[in-house]
Design a protein around this ligand. Structure first.
Ligand code: 13P
Ligand code: SF4
Length: 338
């Protein structure tokens, strides 16, 4: 059978010239033959952002052409929530998953918040409903409910306070109680319980990306890459966390690399995170096992361009849910970091 070779798009020279400084930031992680496929969308998105008075907030798991190419603000869930609350742009495009866009809308309800793909979900957010939280409250009367920000607004509305992987311990300890319900991530709850004297009642949700890593993977990585420093996300199992050198949110891992500059490092988390950090640190060696989050990967440059062209998909949260959900998120933001 004959073979057909895909030809790269022909990109006008003025477009390539405008986006050339961006390519300089990603040249170590995006090969030159892939760049033309991104150039026109990046150029169009940068123009549309100005026309729409839009800001792009991108999670650390977005691909490098988004993270380094079009984002104004990047970070973990906590940083994106804080930035969403304080931006004065008219439009927020949330390049991440649905709960992040919903959180942005809760915190800045007068803004138009767009998510490029409504199907960008999260296995943790889907593991629990508001009705489940009400049942838990009946079972453990008087015990406060701390919900991970990776939940729907409907679940947040049933909870006392939210947390992220970056502040979970500080939030739990800020309550000054001996026992909390922490949901929906079983592993995050167990990992935090190991660090605090507060008793933690967990739910059985799991992140489909982080639960795939095993302690045996870490042993093999250490054997195959002598001296490698292992950084893990707290959505990994307690066995993986015990085998790691450092555990932190995606921003915590990034900060570790910036401050400690380990010559050889592996990030036990979603794949694009390593690409994004590696692009900024070409002098360090990143070992890259790759577990993709299929939900994060629904966000693409053509999707972002379409979102800004058509002003879709706008996030709305019904008022009856928004008020209590906002209270839970704002209560979290008021907790001082440890
Ligand atoms: P961070 O808050 O650490 O960025 O985590 C969000 C997330 O979805 C991890 O899987
Ligand atoms: Fe949800 Fe896991 Fe994807 Fe994060 S990586 S968005 S927790 S499924």
């Amino acid at each position: 059978m004959a073979t057909t070779l895909a030809t790269p798009p022909v990109v006008p020279a003025d477009v390539l010239a405008r986006v050339a400084p961006i390519y300089d930031r990603v040249r170590t992680v995006i090969p030159p033959f892939e760049w033309p496929a991104f150039a026109e969308d990046i150029d169009a998105i940068l123009r549309l952002k100005r026309e729409r008075d839009a800001v792009i907030l991108a999670h650390n798991y977005q691909t490098p052409e988004i993270f380094h190419g079009v984002a104004d603000i990047v970070g973990d869930s906590l940083a994106l929530a804080r930035e969403a609350a304080r931006t004065d742009a008219s439009v927020i495009v949330l390049c991440g998953v649905h709960f992040m866009a919903e959180t942005a809308k809760l915190l800045n309800p007068s803004k138009t918040v767009l998510i490029p793909d409504l199907e960008a979900g999260c296995s943790l957010a889907e593991s629990i409903t508001g009705a489940d939280v009400r049942l838990l409250r009946q079972r453990y009367p008087g015990v406060p409910v701390v919900s991970y920000v990776n939940t729907s607004a409907e679940v947040k509305a049933e909870t006392d306070v939210c947390c992220t992987s970056g502040n979970a311990r500080a939030v739990i300890e800020s309550l000054g109680v001996p026992r909390v319900i922490m949901l929906p991530d079983e592993y995050l709850a167990r990992n935090i319980a190991a660090q605090t004297s507060v008793e933690v009642i967990a739910w059985h949700g799991r992140c489909e990306v982080h639960e795939r890593f095993s302690a045996d993977d870490i042993r093999q990585l250490r054997a195959g890459h002598p001296g490698v420093v292992v950084l893990a996300h707290p959505e990994c199992s307690p066995e993986v966390v015990a085998a790691a050198d450092f555990v932190g949110s995606t921003q915590g891992m990034n900060d570790y690399v910036v401050q400690k500059r380990p010559p050889r490092v592996v990030l036990i988390t979603e794949c694009s995170m390593s690409d994004n950090v590696a692009a900024q640190h070409p002098e360090l060696e990143f070992v890259r096992p790759c577990n993709l989050c299929p939900h994060m990967k629904r966000i693409t440059l053509p999707g972002i361009r379409r979102a800004l062209e058509t002003m879709t998909h706008a996030i709305e949260v019904p008022a009856a849910i928004a008020a209590p959900a906002r209270r839970a998120v704002e209560r979290m933001l008021a907790v001082k970091p440890r």
